[in-house]
Design a protein around this ligand. Structure first.
Ligand SMILES: Cc1cc2nc3c(=O)[nH]c(=O)nc-3n(C[C@H](O)[C@H](O)[C@H](O)COP(=O)(O)O)c2cc1C
Length: 184
């Protein structure tokens, strides 16, 4: 197998847990995004990047788009960590849309996406994040009242977990990503 590096951007720790499990399984180095020097990309044959999902965006994804030239020709394995259920087609297509806005087409074509499920503990949220979730929750509830059919998977995730502490992080869910990496 080729020598990859794992890089992650995690605010509350779920993406970090996945990143550490991946690095352990593949016996490769793991870095928090802010600790990784992009000049080191050429030392690795593949890049595994993980970012938490925040308001539909992948945290820290600019590390990849800004360094597209250094990543040319390398397999990029991208995992996201969010509350919406990745088993649902709506979840992965929303993430794909976000990705196509964030990455240049050539880099996108080298990138394989693995959406994973994270966690949330409202008691630990920053005031800004708590306010964002409160506003989003209010908006979703109003939309559902007006048009119940408009409820997306993302909306459902917010409604079901609002105000709670839930943890969907599972080592088992890494199997497809690890098999993909093993076959590179
Ligand atoms: C302000 C805020 C916005 C979020 N937006 C999304 C989202 O758009 N889609 C999603 O699936 N999860 C969303 N989440 C849930 C996070 O993705 C989830 O908590 C994830 O585990 C965070 O990863 P981290 O613990 O590595 O930071 C959001 C959470 C917060 C606090």
């Amino acid at each position: 197998m080729i020598q990859p590096v794992v890089i992650y951007d995690s605010k509350y720790g779920s993406t970090k847990r996945y990143a550490q499990w991946i690095a352990e399984a593949l016996s490769c180095p793991v870095f928090a995004r802010e600790k990784f020097n992009p000049k080191d990309f050429p030392h690795y044959q593949a890049v595994i990047y993980g970012g938490g999902l925040y308001a539909g965006n992948i945290r820290g994804i600019r590390l990849l788009s800004k360094n597209a030239r250094l990543l040319q020709g390398k397999p990029v394995i991208l995992f996201t960590c969010g509350l919406s259920d990745p088993e649902n087609e709506g979840t992965s297509s929303a993430i794909r849309q976000s990705l196509s806005r964030s990455l240049p087409p050539a880099l996108l074509s080298q990138t394989r996406l693995f959406p994973l499920r994270g966690s949330i503990d409202y008691a630990r949220l920053t005031p800004l994040h708590r306010a964002m979730m409160a506003a989003f929750h209010k908006m979703v509830k109003n939309n559902v009242k007006k048009s119940p059919a408009s409820l997306t998977e993302e909306d459902r995730g917010i409604l079901e977990t609002y105000g709670k502490s839930v943890d969907f992080v599972s080592r088992e869910s890494l199997k497809p990503l690890l098999s993909y990496c093993a076959a590179l």
